[in-house]
Design a protein around this ligand. Structure first.
Ligand code: ADP
Ligand code: MG
Length: 383
């Protein structure tokens, strides 16, 4: 079943001294897919990538690339190319020599070497610079040379570890588009590490979100945003973060911060089926629609503080001693005023307070949730 160039982590773990930094990792990266490893600093992204590269010994479980176990296969025999955050170009070599170095070492035939060189120069717009030394290039150009050097190898696996972090914001946007274009052309199995969720969502066909050595969710950008598997995912994806409120469910209603809010039937069925009553309600700042004054079946609070984003406003509302963030076009009233917001059934999330895992979604809303590649469903940490 595992195709050529597929990467499979099968109960993989990584232990440094006594420290378990990757726990029971099960993840399949289909051949030719762009998978993003996303998560906060220190969560184990680089370690995971370096295990694929063969630069890090695997402490437990099995890693398969293509159809074979590679735990004991040295890096040089895995057919990978890698671009690191702190890539180093050879300072005494020209751009052309830097890019073709590995090919010359492997004695690739000259005609083929020229053909590959020409292709990457064109894609990355490096032709005008081929005779320059790295010190005569800008940061962005150097970055592209590092990428070109990885691409000409035409390896089956392209591994990138925060490759754009040295670029300024504008160049990053540009480089992201180039990377996707390059991948569409070469179709290697592409694994890209970043802590930047915007980068993950724009480059990834699938996003694997990690926290503290544990995989939290693997799915399309659409689904990690709209159908988060747990509270960590709901909070990590999106900015400002999803609001999370304690909510106790009974008899078709939620008790949230002392207020009783009835839920639509479809959500009541989800809550009833879960058998859980101590819940957390998630709602994204962009899905909180504030109105002035009290309203029926709406959560009541006080508008405290406003941030002006130019095109939008960020409004901070206190409900009891909890603060909720909302993004709105217009303010319903001045700071200090009483506001309320209803819960839109299409835009709420319910989690178990104990396990922090999602209770799931009403089937009635599934049409929205299944947009994107739904071949693989979300994967949460096993209980
Ligand atoms: P990320 O790339 O997500 O920022 P890393 O994979 O680099 O995280 O690190 C994961 C964890 O493993 C961190 O807690 C880090 O301190 C630890 N770690 C990484 N490399 C080593 C090492 N060589 N020896 C001991 N601990 C390490
Ligand atoms: Mg790292």
């Amino acid at each position: 079943m595992e195709g050529k160039n597929t990467i499979v982590f099968d109960h993989v773990e990584k232990i440094y001294q006594k420290n378990k930094v990757i726990e029971d990792l099960n993840l399949t990266i289909p051949a030719g897919q762009r998978l993003i490893l996303l998560g906060p600093s220190g969560c184990g992204k680089s370690t995971t990538l370096r295990m694929i590269a063969g630069l890090e010994e695997i402490s437990g479980g099995e890693l398969r690339m293509g159809d074979r176990r590679v735990n004991e296969v040295p890096s040089g025999k895995r057919d990978i190319s890698m671009v690191f955050q702190n890539y180093a170009l050879y300072p005494h070599m020209t751009v052309r020599e830097n890019i073709t170095y590995a090919l010359r070492v492997h004695k690739l035939e000259q005609q083929e070497l020229n053909r590959r060189l020409q292709t990457v120069l064109e894609i990355l717009g490096l032709e005008p610079y081929i005779e320059r030394k790295p010190r005569e290039l800008s940061g962005g150009q150097r970055q592209r040379v590092a990428l070109a050097r990885a691409l000409v190898k035409q390896s089956r696996y392209l591994l990138l570890d925060e490759p754009l972090s040295n670029l300024d914001a504008q160049l990053r946007v540009q480089a992201r588009k180039e990377l996707v274009k390059i991948h569409e052309l070469y179709k290697q199995t592409f694994v890209y590490v970043t802590h930047d969720q915007v980068e993950a969502m724009t480059v990834g066909q699938r996003v694997a979100l990690m926290n503290q050595g544990q995989l939290q969710m693997v799915d399309t950008p659409y689904r990690v945003y709209n159908r988060p598997a747990n509270i960590f995912t709901a909070k990590f994806i999106g900015s400002p973060s999803t609001n999370i409120l304690d909510a106790d469910w009974s008899d078709g209603a939620l008790r949230i911060l002392g207020q009783r809010i009835t839920l639509p039937d479809c959500w009541n069925r989800v809550a009833a089926q879960s058998g859980e009553t101590q819940l957390c309600l998630g709602i994204r700042p962009e899905h909180v629609h504030l109105q002035a004054g009290a309203a029926e079946n709406a959560i009541l609070g006080t508008l405290r503080y406003v941030e002006d984003y130019g095109n939008k406003r960020g409004a901070y509302v206190s409900v009891g001693d909890t603060e909720i963030v909302c993004i709105c076009d217009r303010l319903p009233c001045a700071p200090g005023g009483v506001v309320s917001f209803a819960l839109d059934s299409e835009h709420i999330h319910l989690f178990s307070r104990e396990t922090t895992q999602s209770l799931g979604y009403p089937p009635e809303l599934d049409e929205a949730g299944s947009t994107g590649d739904s071949a693989e469903v979300c994967c949460a940490i096993p209980a």
